[in-house]
Design a protein around this ligand. Sequence first.
Ligand code: 5GP
Ligand code: ZN
Length: 115
Amino acid sequence: MSHDPNCIFCKIIAGQIPSKKVYEDEDLLAFHDIHPWAPVHVLIIPKLHIASMVELTEEHVTLLGRMSVLAPRLMKELGVSNGFRTVINTGPDGGQEVYHLHMHAMGGPRPWLKG
Ligand code: 5GP
Ligand code: ZN
């Protein structure tokens, strides 16, 4: 399934739910987390509906690589200059709440709310 009509992040991609976008291209979208843990907290997601890292296959290698390369670029563009944290939560014990693959990228001066 490339799009799940019940998925909140698919709805954000489709523009059915508003978001504060920071980056968009054909394959990826990045937007500010609605409940930021850090002064700067964005989510980088593939436009393809992939529920979690468990679903990843070899065909997604480039997509994941592009998400990883985008994180430092966005942190820099958003003024983060002293390091940042990237997190991908997977499954119930991994603390995943939204089942559409996403990379958290968090930065800015500490203390942070979480993380
Ligand atoms: P997870 O625990 O699945 O790794 O993280 C999901 C993240 O998505 C949480 O940090 C949560 O604040 C964020 N989130 C959930 N719903 C929305 C939404 O509708 N809009 C935005 N911008 N972020 C959301
Ligand atoms: Zn989705």
